[in-house]
Design a protein around this ligand. Structure first.
Ligand SMILES: Nc1ncnc2c1ncn2[C@@H]1O[C@H](COP(=O)(O)OP(=O)(O)OP(=O)(O)O)[C@@H](O)[C@H]1O
Length: 764
């Protein structure tokens, strides 16, 4: 039911190529954890759903989710995905059809996007019902994750019964049908692929999903290909590529394919390098003006839309005659215009900021400003459009006023005064901010907003934007953490901009870039700043960066990148972290790069390793036993809740024996109650013996661990035998200060006696 040619008019990559669109496969069900494994580069199909039944495809606006889906459909139509007989594409916008006149058959065969006329609907439908496992249903057009959540609410029993009884009855709403498919009431066993922007929360959906995919945007090479194909004229192509090279920020914006398209539109028209937009605001403004020029009739519509929006943006303004009916009418008119303007598709309200000054009080205006103060971390994530609107609002306030003339209907004097007063407010707001109270997302927002405002049209010698940047750079926290906040290439640029200014002001920083999904080139540019003292990042990326620098013989940068890297404390939360660690240990043990560890040598200082309650611990633990002897500077090892078991403890003891000559002096091993129960349940035939066996293995290795100071084996299942072995072994360990080993299976009297014999034995 889907087309055999790509519906988009410009698909950069040959559809046959397996790597045509970069996709990443997230290995854990947590979209906020961004460290990911690249999808294999094996032959098509592009997205290998690999028998997963509930797949979620993430990507911000314009990142190419729909394009990926089109590509998937194209692959399918070319028999590259033979596991499906049918692929149906359902669009979230169909939810606007609220009449109960649909059936599953009509939904799939008539409403599914691109569905051509089906000559034998009955026959096809019978085939679908007979083998739902061979059906792929793709949902697209859902702006936010949470919009799916509504569809996952429990349906009434009667509805479920009637849907199951006769799914051909044309008596259901699209919402009921969507819900039933998502809840597996209809077509149980079919494969689902749900595309969405990652905003909002949807815990139900995340719980159900068994695979997460993320469209990760264009690489620099992809951008070059796109731009080369966009400009068919060789001369224009060359000049466009040159222009991009000279304009770093514009080039980095192209990471988002949607923005890449806008950049090409702007490049097409820019006659000189000076005229190139240097911020997102300037890019959007440029494209908007080009659109307006092309479609002069729209100018009036724009002004009309702007006047409509003079009512505010609008939630926090109280405008009379703002009844729901009137508001709907306004919104429809605005949307009608917006839909004709590509810019508005991605950034729905940029022009509203021009209306802000007149109609909105200073207080309301300040509330629309980014990086609001509030309890740390408690601010809800904003909708992407709102965030972009705010960023562009900040940019427009500091934009060249003359250029903005075509976008507003105020007199020059009125407009100048309004802009000046709002600029002053923004400045005051920034000066009043307590940066220590901002969370990582807000700090990133601040960097982005200040950058947007940084090309101020200077008036009477005042350079407000330079002041803003200095103010930001002076107040950034010294330990700057972006952990868990996605850092895309343009973000990295604005952060770098602020850090560089910090350097000029004599400041230096420690960066935490873990779980940010930062690209290697971004990592390189931040690490290259000479006012970075230490940095943390995904170990695999760091090692890749080192290897890249080594290959390029970039000695200076390599030295810095190696010596500034900090791994302490080392936490493994996914199995892949063990693989990353393996790469690092191999560099370490083979003494590659050892001459670059440098004086600071932070990662050769003390190291804490934590692996707490890892779900796939049976996969990770064997790797850890192999790696432990290589962690020469290990000081604190916490392996709580990993179901190690007696066999695991034996291997651990062997690994520790190898480590014995190193400087390990604090070893913290905790088996939590859950572990305890599971070991007990699993080993009910030989229960205590297993745990005592493990304790014996530990007792045997303890005296070898000359620098061990603390051992914690609470909540284990050993009995008095295991406890006594450990107690006896403890006498040979002069350095050990505490041994915590209480658990229910050690008789109270035995434990008390052991405690009296050696005061280092503790209950808790
Ligand atoms: N791999 C690609 N090759 C060429 N163009 C692409 C590619 N990916 C995306 N684009 C272009 O980028 C623009 C945005 O892509 P698309 O509509 O697929 O994004 P999206 O993630 O679905 O956005 P939204 O969330 O706004 O619906 C389109 O013009 C599309 O043609």
């Amino acid at each position: 039911c889907l087309p055999t040619t790509p519906p988009g008019n410009l698909l950069v990559f040959p559809p046959q190529s397996a790597n045509s669109i970069p996709i990443q496969f997230i290995t854990i069900p947590d979209p906020s954890a961004y460290k990911v494994v690249q999808l294999s580069s094996s032959p098509p199909p592009l997205i290998r759903l690999n028998g997963k039944r509930y797949n979620v495809l993430f990507g911000n606006a314009g990142m190419g989710k729909t394009t990926v889906i089109k590509k998937l459909c194209l692959d399918w139509s070319r028999d590259c995905i033979p596991q499906f007989d049918f692929v149906f594409l359902l669009d979230g916008k169909q939810l606007a059809l609220t009449e109960p006149v649909h059936s599953l058959q009509t939904l799939l065969l008539s409403q599914s996007s691109f569905a051509p006329h089906c000559a034998d609907p009955e026959g096809v439908y019978a085939q679908i019902l007979a083998a739902p496992k061979r059906v792929l249903i793709v949902f697209d057009g859902f702006d936010e994750l949470r919009h799916y959540e509504i569809l996952l609410q429990t349906q009434k029993k009667e509805l479920v019964a009637s849907l199951q009884k006769d799914s051909k009855a044309q008596a259901f709403t699209v919402k009921q049908l969507f819900s039933s498919i998502l809840q597996r009431v209809l077509l149980p066993g079919c494969t689902l692929l749900l595309a969405t922007r990652p905003r909002g929360t949807a815990s139900q959906l995340l719980r159900r999903a068994d695979s997460f995919l993320e469209v990760c945007g264009f690489t620099p090479a992809n951008v070059e290909t796109y731009v080369s194909q966009y400009f068919s004229d060789p001369e224009l192509r060359e000049s466009a590529l040159d222009s991009l090279k000279s304009s770093s920020y514009l080039n980095l914006l192209c990471w988002n394919p949607g923005l890449c398209h806008l950049v090409c539109t702007a490049l097409e028209q820019c006659k000189s390098e000076d005229a190139l937009p240097r911020t997102l605001t300037a890019l959007c403004h440029k494209v908007l003006c080009l659109k307006m020029e092309k479609d002069r009739g729209s100018t009036e519509s724009l002004l009309e839309a702007e006047k409509i929006n003079t009512a505010g943006p609008v939630e926090n303004t109280d405008i009379s005659n703002n009844s729901p009916g009137r508001r709907a009418q306004k919104n429809n008119r605005t949307r009608a215009f917006s839909l004709r303007t590509v810019l508005f598709l991605h950034f729905p309200h940029p022009v509203q900021c021009l209306s802000l000054p007149r109609t909105v009080t200073d207080h309301s205006f300040l509330q629309t400003l980014p990086f609001q103060m509030g309890a740390k971390g408690r601010r809800k994530p904003q909708r992407e459009e709102l965030e972009l609107t705010q960023r562009i609002a900040a940019g427009l306030l500091f934009h060249n006023r003359t250029e903005l003339q075509s976008l507003h209907s105020y007199s020059e004097a009125v407009f100048r005064d309004m802009v000046a007063s709002k600029q002053a407010l923004v400045m005051k707001h920034l000066e009043g901010l307590c940066f220590g109270d901002l969370n990582s997302t807000q700090i990133l927002e601040a960097c982005n907003y200040v950058y947007e405002a940084s090309f101020t049209h200077q008036e009477s010698g005042k350079d407000t934007s330079a002041k803003m940047l200095t103010r930001l750079a002076l107040n950034l926290p010294e330990l700057l953490t972006f952990r868990g906040v996605p850092l895309n290439p343009p973000d990295v640029f604005t952060v770098q901009n602020a850090l560089r200014m910090g350097g000029a002001e004599g400041r230096s920083f420690c960066l935490d870039l873990e779980d940010t999904g930062i690209q290697i080139c971004g990592l390189r540019s931040l690490v290259a700043l000479n006012n970075i003292n230490t940095y943390r990042a995904c170990i695999a990326d760091v090692v890749t960066l080192w290897e890249e620098l080594e290959k390029r013989s970039d000695e200076g940068l390599l030295q810095g990148a190696v010596s500034k890297f900090k791994i302490h404390p080392l936490k493994a939360t996914q199995v892949c972290h063990m693989e990353h660690l393996e790469r690092l240990v191999s560099i370490h043990t083979s003494k590659r790069l050892s001459d670059r560890w440098g004086a600071k040598d932070t990662h050769r200082d003390q190291c804490t390793f934590e692996m707490l309650g890892l779900e796939n611990s049976p996969l990770a633990l064997p790797k850890l036993w192999d790696l432990l002897p290589g962690l020469h500077n290990l000081q604190h090892l916490d392996l709580s809740e990993n179901c190690i078991g007696d066999q695991g403890v034996k291997k651990l003891a062997l690994a520790l024996k190898d480590l014995a000559y190193t400087t390990v002096y604090k070893w913290h091993l905790v088996f939590a109650p859950q572990n305890f129960t599971s070991i007990f349940v699993v080993s009910s035939l030989y229960s205590n013996v297993i745990s005592d066996e493990g304790a014996e293995s530990l007792a045997a290795v303890l005296p070898h661990m000359a620098s061990l100071t603390d051992l914690d084996i609470k909540y284990n299942k050993m009995t008095d035998i295991g406890a006594q072995s450990l107690g006896a072994s403890l006498r040979k360990c002069s350095k050990v200060k505490t041994l915590r080993m209480w658990n229910q299976c050690i008789p109270y009297g035995v434990f008390e006696r052991l405690k009296q014999q050696d005061s280092r034995i503790l209950w808790q």
